[in-house]
Design a protein around this ligand. Structure first.
Ligand code: SF4
Length: 341
């Protein structure tokens, strides 16, 4: 990996392979470069549910899940898509001066419906003149070839990102958090989506009690060997009104302190394939919903700044010790979709 770094009077600067001076491949920077301006996500609640809640896979959901806790109150399922977009766009353009937006179908599983319903919802969002594309959060067991074929047609004219929740590549953890799907299911969804003109994003949570630090660093090696385009990294946090909250209150288990998490994320990023863009570096809940860890009330933007400082102080960056041999072992290698830096 070529890194064009300069040192002047002790200050390190330069351009990393992803085209910016930030020490990790930030998704926000990628969107700015790709679209020539800042894009904001407008959250849409289209009234979906989830197979892990309605009984088709399970009841009660993943143990850490409380959708109300991580969805800002801008998207409301009782409002039409157009109304949600109008109110989100008006708020975000006032706050950030943004002109272009991604309609983000976020709460629950946003491909969990017949294709005819999905078409209507996605087309409504894309018909708004300020919407440049869609981000669709879902479970890997909620897609099939027909849905992916349809999204591929949308991706010819629009930016489409599909986000597959994985949370951990270890089946023992997936069982512990009651995900009701295994790692192979995620692999199959990624294989089905690869090479279809869409961005593939994956969600991961670091800090499950059954995983060692070495396991979590191995997670970055595993993910780096798949053709995913971006990653959302969350720390395990305990949210009110969840099964995990009950477990934690009955029998508390260790959670990361802030310095421990910073240390882990730096090492995680050092091993991460530099082509994978990072969308999030920590989890976040709505005010008043968090049980632990509190970390002095630090919010995601402050955590990001602290991490950037940490990368700078350690003079390190995403992919610094990424092992390309990972890719050669991947079952996806023959798809030749890797752009190597
Ligand atoms: S985290 Fe996602 S998959 Fe799990 S219960 Fe919540 S909405 Fe369903």
């Amino acid at each position: 990996m070529a890194v064009n770094i300069r040192k002047h009077r002790g200050v390190v600067s330069g351009i990393f392979p992803w085209g910016t001076s930030r020490r990790y491949n930030a998704y926000a920077d990628y969107l700015k470069i790709r679209f020539g301006e800042r894009l904001q996500k407008v959250i849409i609640d289209a009234g979906f549910t989830c197979p892990n809640r309605d009984g088709s896979k399970g009841y009660g959901g993943c143990t850490y899940c409380n959708n109300d806790a991580f969805t800002p109150p801008t998207g409301r399922s009782d409002q039409k898509i157009r109304e949600q977009l109008e109110s989100g766009i008006s708020y975000l353009s006032r706050r950030y001066g943004a002109q272009k937006f991604i309609a983000y179908f976020q709460p629950y599983s946003n491909t969990y419906a017949p294709l005819s319903r999905l078409k209507k919802l996605y087309q409504q969002a894309l018909s708004h003149p300020s919407v440049a594309g869609l981000a669709i959060g879902t479970r890997p067991d909620c897609v099939d070839r027909e849905k992916i074929d349809y999204l591929e047609t949308l991706a010819r004219d629009h930016y489409i990102s599909i986000e597959y929740g994985l949370e951990s590549p270890y089946d023992s953890t997936l069982e512990w958090i009651n995900r009701q799907h295994d790692f192979t299911c995620w692999e199959e969804a990624v294989a089905m989506t690869t090479g279809r003109g869409m961005d593939i994003c994956t969600h991961i949570i670091l800090g499950f009690p059954g995983e060692t630090r070495e396991d979590m660093l191995n997670t970055t090696r595993i993910l780096s060997s798949y053709p995913i385009d971006s990653l959302k990294i969350h720390h395990l946090h305990i949210v009110k009104k969840t099964v995990l909250a009950k477990k934690y209150q009955e029998q508390p288990f260790p959670l990361f302190t802030f310095p421990e998490y910073m240390d882990l994320v730096v090492e995680f990023l050092e091993r991460l394939n530099p082509r994978i863009k990072v969308q999030r570096l920590s989890g976040e809940t709505q005010p008043g919903m968090l049980i632990a860890p509190q970390w002095g009330g630090l919010r995601a933007d402050a955590i990001q700044r602290r991490l950037e400082k940490e990368l700078e102080e350690r003079d390190t960056w995403q992919g610094k010790i990424f092992d390309k041999n990972n890719i050669r072992n991947s079952i996806f290698t023959d798809k030749k979709i890797y752009k190597e830096y």
